[in-house]
Design a protein around this ligand. Sequence first.
Ligand SMILES: Nc1ncnc2c1ncn2[C@@H]1O[C@H](COP(=O)(O)OP(=O)(O)OP(=O)(O)O)[C@@H](O)[C@H]1O
Ligand SMILES: Nc1ncnc2c1ncn2[C@@H]1O[C@H](COP(=O)(O)OP(=O)(O)OP(=O)(O)O)[C@@H](O)[C@H]1O
Ligand SMILES: [Mg+2]
Ligand SMILES: [Mg+2]
Lengths: 167, 167, 163, 163
Amino acid sequence: MYLKKLEVNGFKTFAKHTYIEFNQEIKLTAIVGPNGCGKSNVFDAIRWVLGEQSMKMLRSSKAEEVIFNGTDTEKAVGMASVSLTLDNSKKMLPLDFPEVSIQRKLYRSGESEYFVNGQLCRLRDILDLFMDTGIGRSSYFMVGQGQVDQLISAKADERRAAFEEVA
Amino acid sequence: MYLKKLEVNGFKTFAKHTYIEFNQEIKLTAIVGPNGCGKSNVFDAIRWVLGEQSMKMLRSSKAEEVIFNGTDTEKAVGMASVSLTLDNSKKMLPLDFPEVSIQRKLYRSGESEYFVNGQLCRLRDILDLFMDTGIGRSSYFMVGQGQVDQLISAKADERRAAFEEVA
Amino acid sequence: ARREFTSTLTEIQKHFSETFQELFEGGQARLLWPEEADILSCDIDVWVHPPGKKNTSLQLLSGGEKALTGIALLFALLKTRPAPFVLFDEIDAPLDDANVGRFTRALKKFTESTQMIIITHNKRTMAAAQTLYGVTMPQKGISSLVSVKLIEDGKIISEKKVS
Amino acid sequence: ARREFTSTLTEIQKHFSETFQELFEGGQARLLWPEEADILSCDIDVWVHPPGKKNTSLQLLSGGEKALTGIALLFALLKTRPAPFVLFDEIDAPLDDANVGRFTRALKKFTESTQMIIITHNKRTMAAAQTLYGVTMPQKGISSLVSVKLIEDGKIISEKKVS
Ligand SMILES: Nc1ncnc2c1ncn2[C@@H]1O[C@H](COP(=O)(O)OP(=O)(O)OP(=O)(O)O)[C@@H](O)[C@H]1O
Ligand SMILES: Nc1ncnc2c1ncn2[C@@H]1O[C@H](COP(=O)(O)OP(=O)(O)OP(=O)(O)O)[C@@H](O)[C@H]1O
Ligand SMILES: [Mg+2]
Ligand SMILES: [Mg+2]
């Protein structure tokens, strides 16, 4: 399984439809750019579409704060949408498709929708999909900015959660 | 008032007598070096000789942990000593000397000694000396590693302490 | 379940001390847990001994040493159980040039099994990557993505618009 | 006491919004406190608006934006009440190259009134300093001080032993 494509629209600083494609041959990709331009927002988008519910992990205080809030010249939008396409040729995800795409939408009204390969589903279905793949919420596959010494400075019980995920 | 000389002996990684001299003309000095070589320990030494009592600010859990603890080849020592010499030609410090030197010693026994210009004194005397100079314990003259956004991320009451120091 | 968890911990421990020695070029590190306690609920501590120094409590480590130790443990988890892809946000920020070199050498060893996407400001780490994506704001406050290239003196030039 | 504190806060506020605009090349920042509350005990909040962006809660700021905002407030305090000397430990670490440039330009303005000692790994900040001291460990685990010089390609060479 590997990331094939990320499509973002209306999420944080991605006001317009923006996408990034990854190539299977490329194993090490670096994302660069000036302070405040939206690099960590790319990771927030991935964390969000995988079902993240914690506001703290998304650096916001209300769920709707991830929806593009406007700038001096552009108006705020009414919906945030992120979709992530993954290669599933080795059937790591328990679905019979060679490619799986998950999507999450949130409207200003507070309503949210989740999709797997275009089919409306529940958050639960997305979380179950990634169970046991090492791409869970408490696991070590994502390290946020300034969090590199989290594993060693954390209390022993937080460390334990990462070890249990590995077992 | 400016820093003229720092002398360190037996404090953290400064096992032997080490000193650094500053020149009045030089206004911007950079301290450089590899990870773990002792740069932040230089700042800890300055914080310590100015009377710092908080273990957290000195990155240790017991007072004696600032005494050089030995390496694979060198034995631990029994005492840490730091002395700081300041120019006082503008009489910013309420003492009638053109130069003031403060010193702090700590023995493995837990006993500590403070000196001003070679005379034994109490911690209280050192803290009083720097009262109203902007070099107090809660003030903004020292920013520790990783603390640059402390002022804006802190709770409003911690921020207030720094503002009150300025008033 | 107990036997399985103990064998996983022992494997993490083995990788942790190997990766630590690789990144610090010496020294020792291990995970510690009380022998007789219940493995499914006891505390698991980290003990480190950077090369040449006496054993250190984690608190005394410098900013860079803590980051490098955190990276060693992270890589140990990845060796024990490879994740299909990983996302690291500026984990090289506290490291000096020499340690960034050791970090990127260790990072490249994972490219067999794992897709790695890392955010960095460090030119050496950029040079180690196979592709670079730039996030820019041609219009203040709105992000757009471009594919970029690193040229000799460390400048970044934008190749083509991605989306 | 109240009148004095209010006038100090107003002065910090003035310097904060000026320094913020200098470091971010635009935008706005201010300190906020409730008008009718007791100035000696109420909360003092920070409100920022980076250039081009809608007003942001501090939480939404990026790592680099937070550091730069913290530096702006720190410099505002120093302008309001200059300290004889200051010690900054890697405050430039989260900044990108352009922001390090703006930071060092702002830093140099203080050299009239304040002795500044800064720890850094950033070559641009090193280049801005008048003297460089190197902390090294010729013997593992034991620090020694040398005076160093920065040569063209960013390498550091050691001049003479200090102590
Ligand atoms: N909902 C939103 N609408 C508009 N802008 C937003 C929204 N949420 C966050 N932002 C903006 O995103 C910016 C932060 O972006 P991000 O954290 O991705 O930067 P970065 O590229 O990681 O920078 P650094 O190198 O400093 O870490 C902030 O300026 C913030 O105002
Ligand atoms: N009492 C002591 N005796 C011996 N060594 C000590 C003592 N206290 C701290 N140390 C050592 O000092 C080192 C940390 O030094 P310091 O924090 O100054 O590094 P640094 O130069 O700031 O590095 P970085 O660039 O990573 O921030 C640790 O390796 C620690 O083991
Ligand atoms: Mg970031
Ligand atoms: Mg340090």
